[in-house]
Design a binder for this molecule. Structure first.
Ligand SMILES: Nc1ncnc2c1ncn2[C@@H]1O[C@H](COP(=O)(O)OP(=O)(O)O)[C@@H](O)[C@H]1O
Ligand SMILES: [Mg+2]
Length: 287
């Protein structure tokens, strides 16, 4: 895809990239959907995350783990320009989506967020009916075809249809927390993004609701690419194919910066980590 082609409305065909390296040193041989290249994120003059390079592989779950404040949410938001509205927030380096830099001048952030959707920590349904929550994005995007069919499809994919099909006109706020979170996932997938970003999507949920979302994530990888931030290492080990471990490093001026320490296949990261800091974290000696 040409560099000046900012049309993100259709799924670009996947081009073959030369193998790249991550800032944590792992070689990647397949073409990723997204690629961070030396990405730093600033809040004003504060460099919250420094020099991150890693791929996001297609139809896989990539987990980002690490202690609180190490920049996981900051990096996640950089993937679909959700830091843009924060005053003073700035990204350097490249965030590539099918080889296209999402921060290039001609890229429309609204289109970026349509291709790369986000689910938040606390379920945040609109104070509207279940149906209208899912139809919301379809309506504002002027999606063609029968709204009812699209809503049913999204709710089915989010493993919520059977529980709500008889009360679609009832308020979304009457649903349980777990149901609300699956509704938010349905709302996100209704507009058919390619990538879904999830920031600690289960942290407000009980274990049963959490298990349902974890099962759902696995199902969703048939159609979507998922990036999840979690402070729960067991969850990362259960749901993800790749894991990125971040930590905060203190520089010579005693300023803390989030850094990617290690990126690897999840099984390897948890059983045979390459970095001592990863090992200390996963064995509970730190963080
Ligand atoms: N909107 C913001 N303005 C200023 N600093 C922020 C903002 N959001 C996060 N930070 C800072 O950036 C660093 C990384 O935060 P964050 O990405 O939220 O970490 P994590 O998600 O890993 O807990 C922290 O030092 C945090 O205080
Ligand atoms: Mg966070």
């Amino acid at each position: 895809m040409a560099h000046n082609d900012a049309d993100l409305t259709t799924r670009p065909s996947v081009s073959v990239h030369a193998p790249g390296t991550t800032s944590a040193g792992v070689m990647e041989s397949t073409a990723p959907v997204m690629q961070l290249r030396d990405v730093s994120v600033y809040y004003g003059s504060y460099e919250a995350v420094r020099g991150t390079s890693m791929p996001i592989q297609q139809n896989q779950v990539t987990a980002m783990i690490g202690p609180s404040g190490c920049g996981k949410s900051t990096v996640l938001r950089a993937l679909n320009r959700m830091n843009d509205p924060i005053p003073g927030a700035r990204v350097s380096g490249e965030v590539l989506y099918h080889g296209q830099d999402l921060y290039a001048k001609d890229v429309d952030p609204i289109q970026v967020r349509r291709r790369i959707g986000m689910v938040f920590q606390k379920p945040n349904p609109f104070p509207k009916s279940i149906f209208d929550n899912v139809a919301y994005g379809l309506r504002i995007n002027g999606i063609k075809g029968r709204l009812d069919d699209h809503v049913e499809e999204a709710l089915t994919q989010a493993a919520l249809w059977d529980e709500v099909k008889d009360k679609l006109r009832k308020s979304a706020l009457a649903l349980s927390g777990g149901q609300q979170q699956r509704l938010c996932i349905a709302r996100t997938i209704a507009v058919k993004p390619e990538v879904i970003l999830m920031d600690e999507p289960c942290s407000a949920l009980d274990p049963i609701a959490t298990a349902k979302i974890e099962d759902l994530m696995f199902e969703l990888t048939n159609d979507y690419t998922i990036v999840i931030v979690t402070h729960n290492m067991q969850q990362a080990a259960r749901v993800s194919h790749y894991t990125a471990f971040f930590t905060a490093e203190v520089d010579e001026k005693q300023v803390r910066h989030g850094r990617l320490v290690e990126f690897s296949q999840t099984g390897k990261l948890f059983t045979n980590p390459a970095d001592k800091r990863t090992e200390d974290y996963i064995t509970g000696r730190f963080g």
